[in-house]
Design a protein around this ligand. Structure first.
Ligand code: ATP
Ligand code: MG
Length: 152
């Protein structure tokens, strides 16, 4: 079904704010609106919530989460950027594998199963989309999701 991604992301942000244990700022911008996609709304909501959850978990303090939406040809591109720990490029291909967690540093005290990103990737690919990561250690992380725009 068709839904507006901006509305959905705002709901995810409000939900994330309820249980914050750190100082987190959110921003959401789009070059157009509404942003309709034809997708499974519940799964896409889980995708966005998983990426926001990671952005918060793998950041220390004064967390800035910047979400931006742009149109790219027939796709909607959603970028979710944080200013957290970052991920070394050697691990970029592994983080989408089930049960993989980056085996370094602070991660020992951060709980997780290593399942979130495997789920995220599966949902996005089932919608004929794709996901990419841009990140370096201590430079923060950006996840980029592309989904086909709805024709309606
Ligand atoms: P789960 O999501 O199942 O609770 P998890 O967060 O460990 O556990 P994923 O979401 O699949 O699992 O992420 C895999 C690994 O990728 C994480 O353990 C972490 O090492 C790294 N990672 C994911 N997102 C970020 C991020 N925003 N910043 C830094 N590292 C990240
Ligand atoms: Mg996770």
């Amino acid at each position: 079904t068709n839904f507006d991604v901006i509305k959905l992301i705002n709901t995810c942000i409000e939900t994330a704010k309820i249980s914050l244990q750190k100082d987190v700022r959110f921003s959401l911008t789009s070059t157009f609106q509404p942003v309709f996609v034809d997708a499974d709304e519940a799964h896409i909501k889980n995708v966005i919530s998983n990426l926001i959850d990671n952005a918060i978990k793998y950041s220390v303090e004064n967390v800035d989460i910047v979400i931006s939406i742009v149109e790219r040809n027939k796709d909607v591109e959603i970028r979710i950027r944080d200013n957290g720990l970052g991920i070394e490029p050697i691990y970029h291909k592994d983080i989408f594998d089930r049960f993989f967690r980056v085996p370094t540093g602070n991660l020992y005290s951060v709980k997780g199963f290593g399942l979130g990103l495997a789920y995220v990737k599966q949902v996005i690919e089932q919608h004929d989309g794709f996901i990419e990561v841009e990140s370096a250690l201590e430079k923060g992380t950006t996840f980029i999701i592309s989904l086909p725009k709805s024709n309606i």
